[in-house]
Write a protein that binds this ligand. Structure first.
Ligand code: MTE
Ligand code: MO
Length: 464
């Protein structure tokens, strides 16, 4: 089955899943609006659609945290909230901590109807709720072809062999302990599924950036450069110009990686993610990290590396993850994720509560290197201003950008356009379709447009 089933008709969470938090306004999709409730005096600015929710939320918040005597009460007794007067929770109540209950709407989400089973499926990361560049491991997007497993690390093995006897002198089977005693590195990289933003090819315009761009995540990965292990096994690098990576799950996930990538030292046998072991959903206990390359090559539950003298033409590189070009031929092995960006605030589903100042914020990345510049337009691409790139700006990693904006209350078309250090500039839909046609599913890196309507509601639109 391909990554995308029928078009989405209804992406809303069941109403019961949406939590109203006292300090945030949440719309029906559980999307946090841009403004938090400020002073009570600001409430007259709030749009009528939110007035009811706002009144309850602000009232509850005021009662909890306002250290003034209740009206008509004893002026000597301050109405302090329990958290200022009582004893808090003991340490290690949760041996492994969880987010605040007020953040319960920040979830990775499935798109109902997108896939026929929940095992060969995808969940999207809530980009609109995240700050900085690191994706918390519990919110990392998921893409499984045959469901995920919690594989016993003491039983897991990694085999390294050659496609013929001469390519690898010492074929070896490694335990995880044996891999983990080798020299390790830790590096921040994004992983993006080649199908990210795929529905936009058909101008489906899914409502939020979680669904349009949420098949990307960014982590600090820790592991052993694959080159070190291949050296140990005595690889003939003259003839052995490709490796095949194979996963241990039932999906027969196998992908060809060119040896130059391995020789660069960037390809990792990773066991660590954001300071701890990989999560089961992300390939515990061992996955391949192939910086800059589409997610499908980042084989999870990695059990075998074979060295070969030619590309392997597996199902996931000849039938799936290929691009139908305008001349009717398929482009295969397209692997590097080209330079791309998206504004995450304000973005589809969010609501601006009033005109005035906003921090436009978003993410930019390139599979070829570092982000050099991000320009932002609020008028559909007529005028551009350069955004601030926040540090760190790392190679093949998400880069956070921010830009000051004063909204005048009129409709605005917000876009971002990233450039990487090779000089490549993220294309418009017209530029992309001129080269790629319109029958692709994968590898859509076009400029995204969000329409801010006069009501403050933000919508996904596509400018041709
Ligand atoms: N073993 C195995 N590896 C796999 C897959 C899989 O189904 N099985 N899916 C691939 C695809 S298509 C993507 S986009 C990434 C997703 O990684 P994640 O689930 O950690 O986000 O894993 C890749 N590696
Ligand atoms: Mo993918």
């Amino acid at each position: 089955m391909s990554d995308w089933g029928p078009a989405v008709t209804d992406i809303r969470e069941p109403a019961g899943r949406v939590r109203k938090a006292p300090e945030h306004f949440l719309d029906a999709d559980g999307v946090r609006t841009v403004f938090r409730e400020g002073k009570a005096g600001r409430r007259d600015f709030i749009r009528s659609a939110f007035a009811a929710a706002a009144a309850t939320a602000a009232g509850a918040a005021a009662a909890q945290s306002n250290p003034v005597p209740p009206e008509g009460g004893d002026p000597h007794i301050l109405n302090l909230p329990p958290h200022s007067t009582g004893l808090g929770q003991p340490v290690a109540t949760d041996g492994y901590g969880k987010p605040s209950k007020y953040e319960a709407n920040v979830q990775r989400r499935m798109s109902p109807g997108l896939t026929q089973t929940n095992q060969a499926s995808v969940s999207f990361a809530p980009l609109q709720s995240l700050f900085g560049i690191v994706t918390p491991s519990g919110l990392h997007f998921e893409r499984h072809h045959q469901g995920w497993w919690d594989v016993d690390p003491s039983k897991h093995r990694l085999m390294v062999n050659g496609s013929d006897d001469k390519l690898v002198k010492k074929p070896t089977v490694f335990t995880l302990d044996e891999v983990m005693r080798l020299p390790s590195v830790s590096r921040f990289h994004f992983i993006e599924c080649g199908a990210n933003t795929g529905m936009e090819w058909g101008n489906v315009a899914v409502p939020t950036c979680q669904y349009s761009h949420g098949m990307i995540s960014c982590s600090e990965f820790t592991g052993v450069p694959l080159k070190i292990v291949l050296d140990m096994c005595g690889v003939d690098y003259k003839r052995g110009r490709y490796v095949l990576a194979e996963g241990a799950d039932g999906s027969s996930m196998t992908r060809t990686i060119p040896m130059e990538m391995v020789e660069s030292g960037e390809v990792l046998l990773a066991y660590g993610q954001n300071g701890e072991m990989l999560r089961p959903e992300n390939g515990y206990p061992l996955r391949l990290v192939v910086p800059g390359v589409q997610g499908v090559s980042w084989v999870k539950y990695l059990r075998r590396i074979e060295v070969g003298d030619q590309p392997y033409a597996t199902k996931d590189e000849t039938i799936h993850y290929v691009d139908l070009m305008p001349d009717g031929l398929h482009r295969q092995y397209a692997s590097i994720q080209e330079c791309k960006s998206v504004v995450t605030t304000p973005s589809g589903g969010q609501v601006l509560l009033d005109k005035g100042f906003y921090n436009i914020s978003g993410l930019a990345w390139s599979g070829r290197g570092k982000i050099k510049r991000v320009d932002v337009s609020v008028d559909g691409g007529r005028n551009w201003r350069s955004a601030r790139l926040e540090t760190p700006v790392l190679s093949k990693c998400l880069t956070r950008f921010n830009l000051d904006w004063v909204w005048d209350g009129k409709p605005a078309l917000i876009q971002s356009r990233a450039m990487d250090d090779t000089g490549y500039v993220q294309p418009t839909y017209r530029q992309l379709r001129d080269v790629r046609g319109s029958r692709s599913i994968y590898h859509n890196n076009s400029i995204q447009t969000w329409l801010v309507q006069e009501s403050g509601e933000v919508k996904n639109v596509q400018l041709s």
